[in-house]
Ligand binder design. Structure first.
Ligand SMILES: [Ca+2]
Length: 103
């Protein structure tokens, strides 16, 4: 486990390291580059190698629809999807409405 801060080296004697994150302390959505330099037991130092990790929103949003309890015959009314929400670092940007028929 390690907290990674930009340009601050994390040193381990193990060949793997956990990039410790949480919903409270996430990496932003998008591309993030990590660099590795290794040192051998004689003190020789490698050239750096890099990997790009794309942090993506892979969580589906939740739709929440509401409308008036009753609507007067022949009168327009509004449907409300504003309580819909997203998780995974994204936001709701499109609302797709469908009339499903009577009943
Ligand atoms: Ca999402």
């Amino acid at each position: 486990m390690a907290e990674f801060i930009i340009n601050k080296e994390v040193k381990t004697d193990t060949p793997t390291v956990e990039v410790t994150l949480s919903v409270d302390k996430p990496l932003a959505l998008g591309r993030h580059t990590f660099r590795l330099v290794v040192v051998d037991d004689s003190g020789n130092i490698s050239v750096p190698d890099e990997v790009v990790v794309i942090v993506a929103d892979t969580t589906n949003p939740t739709a929440v629809i509401s409308g008036p309890r009753t609507a007067a015959f022949g009168n327009s009314f509004n449907l409300d999807g504003s309580k819909s929400f997203d998780a995974g670092g994204g936001k709701v940007v499109t609302y797709l409405w469908t009339y499903m028929g009577q009943g």
